[in-house]
Design a protein around this ligand. Structure first.
Ligand code: G1P
Ligand code: ZN
Length: 543
């Protein structure tokens, strides 16, 4: 099989964002666009002749074409073996697990996560390194630098392979193992949680609804919840992955997982509800008529980890992304565990997990995970909750309320302004930065500013520094307002405003967060001049 070397030219827009290179499908379909990026990975990463490469995606539109192209380029670059999920499907946590299990040299994850899919929607590609996690910044920077100078890529002139046929096939000289995408991950879950106890819970009549949002977790949830744990058929809804997610927006929050939200807040609500996103790394959990914020979910999981077989007596610490509420910090302080604050994006947890400084980690954006893989893991979080529910035999609401009584409640909300004009968004951030120095000790309504800064992270393991990770305004009573511009959007800019207040008094724990945070929300809006600068009267999404 002779390698073809194709002449190409650099694109100037291949800088990876918070989680890989994410663009409209139309951008990816430009000749050589995907090929350039993949070749840059091979040009900058170490030799791949020995260990395998894991490849798979969330099944969205363009997944199959992209996989065929990647396999040819991998083979042309001397890769000896690839591991591929049947149908080109792997959830993101499953890729992470397989890279680790097979000591692979890395993997390609094809997804735009929770962004919609289809010919006019989004696609994405991300390279994960041998620890199973998203490439660290120095790797993505090297790939980006190469993309600015690339002038050729290597490929093969071979026919497409059949992605649906389990077993061994070849692309040129490269062996391709097409495997069941679900079973390895399901086995891993079975090692971490008490499946017998959860099975007994379902047998006792406990009812659950899992909304797979027509995305990748459908087959995983069916196998784990319905087949292995004996939940009744129909527990998983929207379980068939579709290329356009059924025209949906596969983001597990109360706005987009509407069918689930309606059920959980309806008259005959099940005991437990959960959803996951396009590529299966995010999760939302709900009790009957009760929403658990992701920040609280991380704190509850941390506080109850000793109840599960996989984490009993071995949790050493926790990390949360900077805008995530400080609820987990309170648990860590009480239990004497390590606690870290990292920039937004899962890649920043990698070094802490690899070096054993932390066991659990999470983000306010519906991401929770642990050292079992190096990605966030939607079904893992759902199973963690199921195991806690089975052990404690209490409702979700009772468990969370009890948690608040013990640790206090961190009221929390995030307001997103999507697709705003990029220049206006940058000007808004610059104006805030310009005011930062003058803010400390100012009185804003009932709140006194303690500090104002642009979050800078010094990685405690490799000493790398990440600047400008979000503008934080901290108040003397521990409340916070954080402003960030999204690094995952594909249309204009998305401004995220995160607002948090601590309430120790149990008599004040049952307020609606928007009410409890009303004054801080006003302060956040006026401080940044959101209405004037973006022309928006209200956020697009409130979580
Ligand atoms: C968003 C979330 C962030 C998460 C990322 C990938 O990034 O806010 O926590 O890691 O998606 O799922 P953002 O768009 O804010 O840059
Ligand atoms: Zn995702």
């Amino acid at each position: 099989m002779s390698v073809e070397t194709i002449a190409t030219q650099p694109f100037q827009d291949q800088k990876p964002g918070t989680s890989g290179l994410r663009k409209k499908v139309k951008v990816f379909k430009q000749p050589h666009y995907l090929e350039n990026f993949v070749q840059c990975v091979f040009d900058t990463q170490r030799d791949c002749a020995e260990a395998p490469l894991v490849v798979g995606g969330d099944g969205r539109y363009y997944n199959r074409q992209a996989i065929q192209a990647i396999l040819r380029i991998a083979a042309a670059n001397g890769c000896a073996r690839a591991i591929l999920g049947q149908g080109g499907i792997f959830s993101t946590p499953a890729v992470s697990h397989l890279i680790r299990k097979h000591q692979a040299r890395g993997g390609f994850v094809l997804s735009a996560s929770h962004n919609p899919g289809g010919p006019d929607e989004d696609f994405g590609i991300k390279f994960n390194t041998p620890n199973g996690g998203p490439a660290a910044e120095k790797v993505t920077e090297a790939i980006y630098a190469a993309s600015l100078h690339i002038h050729r890529y290597h490929t093969l002139n071979t026919p497409d392979i059949d992605l649906d046929q389990l077993g061994v096939t070849f692309v040129g000289d490269m062996q391709v193992d097409i495997i069941d995408p679900v079973s390895d991950h399901a086995d891993l879950m079975e090692e971490l949680f008490d499946f017998a106890r959860i099975r007994a819970l379902f047998q006792s009549g406990f009812r659950m609804c899992f909304d797979a949002m027509h995305a990748v977790t459908g087959p995983y949830a069916r196998e784990i919840l319905e087949n292995r744990l004996g939940a009744p058929a129909g527990t998983v809804i929207n379980g068939i992955p579709l290329e356009d997610f059924g025209h949906g927006h596969p983001d597990p929050n109360l706005v987009y997982a509407k069918e689930l939200a309606d059920r959980m807040f309806g008259p005959d609500a099940p005991d437990f509800g959960a959803a996951s996103d396009g590529d299966g790394d995010r999760n939302m959990v709900l009790g009957r008529h009760f929403f658990v914020t992701p920040s609280d979910s991380l704190a509850v999981i941390l506080a109850n980890a000793d109840l599960t077989p996989g984490y009993r007596n071995r949790v050493v610490g926790v990390a949360r992304s900077m805008p995530t509420s400080q609820a987990a910090d309170r648990v860590a302080a009480q239990l004497g565990l390590n606690c870290y604050e990292t920039p937004t994006g899962w890649k920043f947890f990698g070094n802490l997990l690899d070096s054993g400084k932390i066991t659990l980690c999470g983000e306010e954006s519906f991401g929770t995970g642990s050292d079992h893989v190096r990605e966030k893991d939607g079904l893992w979080a759902v199973l963690f909750w199921l195991d806690i529910l089975a052990a404690r035999q209490q409702s979700v609401a009772d468990i969370v309320r009890e948690h608040w009584r013990t640790y206090g409640r961190n009221y929390y909300t995030r307001h997103d302004y999507e697709a705003v004009d990029s220049e206006s968004a940058n000007r808004l951030a610059d104006a805030l930065r310009a005011r930062m120095a003058a803010l400390p000790n100012q009185q804003l309504g009932a709140y006194t500013v303690d500090y104002a800064d642009d979050f800078r992270y010094l990685d405690p393991i490799d000493q790398s520094v990440s600047e400008k990770q979000g503008i934080r305004i901290g108040f003397k009573d521990g409340s916070r307002i954080v402003y960030r511009l999204s690094g995952t959007g594909t249309e204009g800019a998305t401004l995220r405003v995160y607002i948090e207040a601590y309430q120790p008094d149990p008599a004040q724990h049952d307020l609606d967060p928007q009410q409890a945070l009303a004054e801080l929300i006003d302060i956040a809006n006026s401080l940044a001049g959101i209405r004037e600068r973006t022309g928006r009267d209200a956020p697009t999404v409130i979580t």
